[in-house]
Design a protein. Sequence first.
Length: 468
Amino acid sequence: MALTLYNSLTRRQEPFVPIQPGRVGVYTCGPTVYNMAHIGNFRAYMFEDLLKRTLRFCGYSVTHVMNLTDVDDKTIRDSRAAGISLGDFTARYKKAFFEDVDTLRLLPADEYPAATDHIGDMIALIGALMAKGIAYQADDGSVYFSIARWPAYGQLVKVDPARMRAGERVSLDEYAKESVADFALWKAWSEEDGEVGWDSPWGRGRPGWHIECSAMSSRYLGPHFDIHCGGVDNMFPHHEDEIAQSEAANGCRFVNVWLHCAHLIVDGEKMSKSAGNFHTLRDVLERGYCGRELRYVLLATHYRQQLNFSFQACDDARAALQRLDAFRRRLREATAFADAGTGAAKERSEQALEAFRAALEDDLNISPALAAVFDFVRDGNRLLDEGTVGGPGAAEVLRVLERMDSVLGVMEADAGEGIPAEVEALAGARQAARKARDFARADALRDQLSAMGWTVEDTPKGPRLRRS
RNA sequence: GGCGCCGUAGCCAAGUGGUAAGGCAGAGGACUGCAAAUCCUUUAUCCCCGGUUCGAAUCCGGGCGGCGCCUCCA
């Protein structure tokens, strides 16, 4: 079996074939840095993280580029409202974004190009389109891409330009365009832009939204690369326009595989500020959940499936993760036990890893992948109960579990498990009380430990302490 | 109006022609001094109505319900 992915361009699942053997270039649409990213945004970044980790798991070397949109209507509007420069304003949210990326254990991209650092690349791209006569400058001073002069337009979304509802959501000042479907490449400076603007062959202004992704993706990945991702809402017009601009300017195919993830909804409803169900990562953390718990929630639904977020789901995730943690803890301990033979462990491990791999290779089918993990946990626990796994066998099982986690990224961070001397002493006293069959005292000590946040588990090999 | 997605146990969620994975929660049991952890057993007329088929959650038609995109929203 090999990796297959659902390509939005062909609307079918197809084998993934990289342009260069063994190497994959991935571009993902990143945040517009004008506020805190919400959990819906992170759903998309989580899916991209899963893709990236799966590609690596399958042996590919991945180059990942994620843009930061730091100049657009909203960043300009809100920075002015805040009375600070665009750069100072977006810097705040860039910082917050990277903190969140870290909390959610998203693997960092290789490049995070910001739009404002690549204005030159965009001007060059627009220049190429002007030279080819595909773009034009309208009476309002802005430069537009002419769909009429690019018949290949509309590969991703089957839109009929004639059917587009002119005027409905098109601001009046855009009537300068030759056709409603034309989109801005360069927006002429206007009063609301304040200090923000760059000089160009078409006068002072700023780039349109779509052009940044075309310019920055080809800058870092070349004009033709493997995979481009984003949320479904970006298919049209953003990605459609990117394809048109890039292919028209560069004269070659832009992207081989387009992947889009479905949206996240909350308790069955669209997430919105007015509905009061709008959550940022920080909101979730304030409710007492940790990054990996939200990570699990965002990861556990297939990316093309609408994800229904709820705090119940966070609770479920916590319990599921504790099960994984407990299993790993047992395995760690068991590596120190006597060798119980590696046959059963090895066979079961290979089988589990294969099932896990097969599921992911099937368009990142996470549910069966997780099922493979939990089946493995159950069988592994059974072998541990039976005492048929120890020493090298346990190490083998542990190795496979950690290999799985290289994709999931949800297991307990190692943390040296430092047990305070005081806790250790109480546990020792409790054990002594148990030996003396003074159970009332033993239970009192256990309650005391519990109040301090520690759980005692009595195993055949002695008590085990863990944070609860 | 155009394009598209979805409806499977109390909750989340796979499966897309041969009588239903997995997680959480619940029930019973084993283990334990009691617990915890773990294991075993157990919990589904697959939204409705027709149709195709030897056989449908799975394909087709029609309903009902939820969600998304249609110019800068992941």
